[in-house]
Design a binder for this molecule. Structure first.
Ligand SMILES: Nc1ncnc2c1ncn2[C@@H]1O[C@H](COP(=O)(O)OP(=O)(O)OP(=O)(O)O)[C@@H](O)[C@H]1O
Ligand SMILES: [Zn+2]
Length: 733
């Protein structure tokens, strides 16, 4: 009887053998989900191999209970991708595979497909060209449907029923005729910016060049770095390339760092390709929506899959192109479980499929920049703004040692905001801290409210009178008196978005102010409404965190004020400068994108810092070169390859003890640089004490070989009460 080798969601680096439940097992069943007994429970896994032999003695082998044939098995390419991730990230294969599936497909129940309620109809190419007079005039409903579709391009079933109760029947007949097709995807509620909806712009010279260089190579693997200044029209380059891929009837995968960027991009794609079949995949979907989108991708029906990092594991049988927008963004890296970088997995995937991958950014990561310098990636530049007469904004530093701030605002920033209001233009105030104030302090004894489960301060949320931990979500009521000394003088200290919003309301009572951070956008659809209000100019001043910093295109926005970013200038994290620069360049890049001159004001006590200097000059290359030299001297990535062994335990000594044994094992394996175990920067998180151990090498191959051998030894170490994981190419320490 055939043996199934099954991947299960358990932290053991092995597959599990089961006897097949029936005799009709073939190699075709590789990739199918299967229900198996595991311990005392039943679990759903994925069949990775079908073989004739097992090393498990046959009396011990159990029968698998059931093979799900409700959806097609995972394609070979996806299984290969999972294997690659398991090997490269040294993470158990079963967890990798199951983590890559939508939740609904991980459950022990078969998947039943709901007919998508938001099904849409559109004209096919034949339908668009057809001579409607061949349909008899008495078929009024059909004529009405066709006329309506010529006008609005798509309609839902309820739109159709409004035309006539007989519309569903007429639609079906037109589908049979090949004039109309079903587009089983919901359309966004986001407004399409009018200019984009109507006309296709003439490419700028830089855009033309980028398209002309990439287009002939569209059938081949290459990593392209599309390095274009903010507002240079990278999206238009994507659109032109996507249209080539659509013509070949192949699929495009588009990855963005933030869920908030999906509606805008989705609207742009739909405006350009009205009958496009697009699915969005991100964490904001219900489990069945996500599973439905995933299956449409797997069936090849979705022409574009647009999503956040998890979308990199979508099955795409006809993959033709991958785009990673804002490739430098840290949110492409998963920070728990399988700690993968969606950008790096995307590159592997493109290579595997023999298709190009485009990394787009105004501020490429130093790794990608270095890869372009050394020729591993092919760089294309877009060096000016795309819109006629739009120039990069003027960036100025306001020295707050001279221009003292009041409630976060210096006089020059206040006057600039005033001018902007008077001109009826929009402005953006950037502060990278949500909540009202980052700390609650007792002025009498110096007590500060801290989280009981994390090594962090509690953030003051004044509106709901609560203190919140931004790391674990813990909340508590506001104390009326200091719990330490009983004094009543407990006050919020420092500034967050809510406090800045309140201060602005005092400064400008007549202005329409909108705060945009994770708190204000958490309600479903909130962001869509906010976007519309911004586009339709029902907002004067935006106050926001990094959510607002990247990717957005708000034509009426002319002023960006950055309130306080000095703290990151002197961080101990070697990536801090790179990140700060990217973030500020991105946020500055929101100003003056559509021809109104843009201005950026940075409040700082260190106006002479090289980072601000580079920012004023819009000189990415200069800063990148300086940072690369620093990294080279210090022996940091991209000149070395790193991995962290992370350990957590209820007591820090337990975690450090485990890591100390790991050091001994590592040193015995040799040929690798091994550092001392240290407590993590956030030493306590969610009640666990955390520490890590860094290993690195100048050769990725050597590091990989070492990690393979090390892992096996680590598995054998006593590790009671310790949870540990390997983090390859770590981003945070
Ligand atoms: N060839 C063109 N002619 C005129 N306008 C254009 C052209 N290409 C793009 N645009 C417009 O330029 C604006 C900026 O484009 P886009 O948002 O793609 O920039 P970007 O390169 O992605 O910038 P960022 O990195 O800041 O997100 C958009 O409003 C877009 O419609
Ligand atoms: Zn906490």
């Amino acid at each position: 009887m055939a043996i199934l080798r099954v991947a299960l969601d358990v932290p053991l680096n092995t597959l599990f053998d089961y006897l097949a439940p029936d005799t009709e097992i073939t190699a075709q069943d590789v990739g199918a989900r299967v229900l198996v007994p595991f311990g005392r429970n039943m679990m759903t896994g994925v069949i990775m191999e079908v073989t004739a032999y097992s090393s498990v003695p046959s009396p011990k082998l159990k029968h698998a209970a059931h093979i799900f044939r409700d959806v097609p098995p995972l394609p070979e390419g996806l299984i290969a991708l999972f294997r690659f991730c398991s090997e490269y990230y040294h993470h158990p294969l079963g967890e990798v595979v199951m983590n890559g599936l939508p939740n609904r497909l991980r459950s022990n129940k078969p998947f039943t497909r709901k007919v998508p309620s938001a099904c849409q109809y559109g004209l096919t190419l034949t339908g668009r060209k057809a001579d409607t007079s061949i349909i008899p005039a008495r078929h009024i409903v059909k004529h009405r449907l066709l006329a309506r579709l010529r006008e609005s391009r798509v309609m839902s079933i309820s739109d159709a029923k409004q035309l006539s109760p007989r519309a569903p029947k007429a639609l079906n007949e037109l589908i049979t005729l090949g004039w109309i097709e079903e587009i089983p995807f919901a359309h966004p509620a986001t407004p399409v910016p009018a200019a984009q909806a109507l006309q296709i712009p003439v490419l700028t010279t830089d855009q033309r060049n980028a398209v002309d260089v990439i287009a002939p190579e569209i059938g081949e693997f290459n990593t392209w770095l599309l390095h274009g200044v903010t507002g240079s029209g990278k999206t238009e380059v994507y659109l032109r390339l996507i249209s080539l891929v659509l013509r070949q009837a192949r699929q495009t995968l588009v990855l963005v760092p933030e869920i908030n960027l999906t509606p805008q991009l989705e609207a742009v794609f739909r405006a350009r390709f009205p009958t496009l079949r697009l699915v969005s995949l991100h964490s904001g979907l219900s489990p069945s929506e996500r599973a439905a989108g995933w299956l449409q991708a797997q069936e090849g029906a979705a022409e574009i899959v647009l999503g956040t990092r998890l979308a990199v594991f979508t099955p795409l049988p006809k993959l033709g192109l991958i785009i990673v927008d804002e490739e430098q963004d840290a949110s492409f890296k998963q920070q728990d479980g399988l700690r993968y970088s969606a950008r790096d997995v995307a590159i592997f995937r493109a290579k595997q499929a023999g298709v190009p991958v485009i990394l787009g950014s105004a501020t490429p990561s130093l790794e990608s920049h270095y890869n372009a310098v050394t020729g591993r990636y092919l760089r294309l530049r877009l060096s000016s703004r795309a819109v006629k007469n739009a120039a990069l904004p003027v960036v100025r530093c306001i020295d707050t040692r001279a221009a003292k701030t009041k409630e976060s605002f210096s006089p020059p920033v206040i006057s600039a905001l005033e001018r902007c209001l008077a001109l009826n233009q929009q402005s953006l105030v950037f502060i990278n801290r949500r909540g009202y104030a980052p700390v609650l302090l007792c002025k009498s004894c110096g007590w500060a409210a801290t989280c009981e489960r994390c090594a962090s301060r509690l953030v003051v949320h004044l509106r709901d009178k609560r203190l919140r931990c931004h790391h674990c979500g813990h909340q508590e009521r506001f104390p009326n008196v200091c719990p330490e000394c009983g004094d009543q003088d407990v006050v919020p200290f420092g500034h967050g978005t809510q406090r800045v919003e309140a201060a602005l309301a005092e400064y400008f009572p007549g202005a329409r102010i909108m705060r945009i951070d994770r708190d204000s956008t958490s309600r479903k659809d909130a962001w869509q409404h906010m976007l519309r209000d911004i586009h339709e100019q029902r907002v004067d001043i935006l106050v926001g965190t990094q959510i607002l910093a990247k990717g957005h295109d708000f034509p009426k926005l002319s002023l960006v004020s950055i309130l306080n970013s000095d703290a990151s200038l002197f961080s101990t994290d070697f990536r801090a400068s790179e990140r700060l620069f990217a973030q500020l360049m991105q946020v500055a890049g929101r100003a003056g994108r559509a021809g109104i001159p843009g201005e950026v004001l940075i409040q700082t006590e260190f106006p002479d810092h090289p980072l601000y200097h580079a920012l004023r000059q819009h000189d990415y290359d200069l800063l990148a070169q300086t940072l690369l030299e620093e990294r080279k001297t210090a022996g940091f990535p991209p000149f070395v390859y790193q991995a962290l062994l992370r350990a957590e335990a209820p007591k820090i000594d337990t975690a450090l003890g485990f890591l100390t044994s790991a050091v001994a094992v590592a040193k015995a394996l040799g040929e690798i640089e091994v550092f001392d175990p240290v407590p993590a920067q956030m030493a306590r998180l969610k009640g666990m004490e955390r520490a890590y151990l860094l290993v690195q090498s100048g050769s990725r191959k050597k590091l990989q070989a070492f990690l393979g051998a090390w892992r096996t030894k680590l598995d054998a170490l006593p590790s009671r009460k310790v949870r540990w994981t390997v983090d390859v190419d770590p981003m945070d320490f």
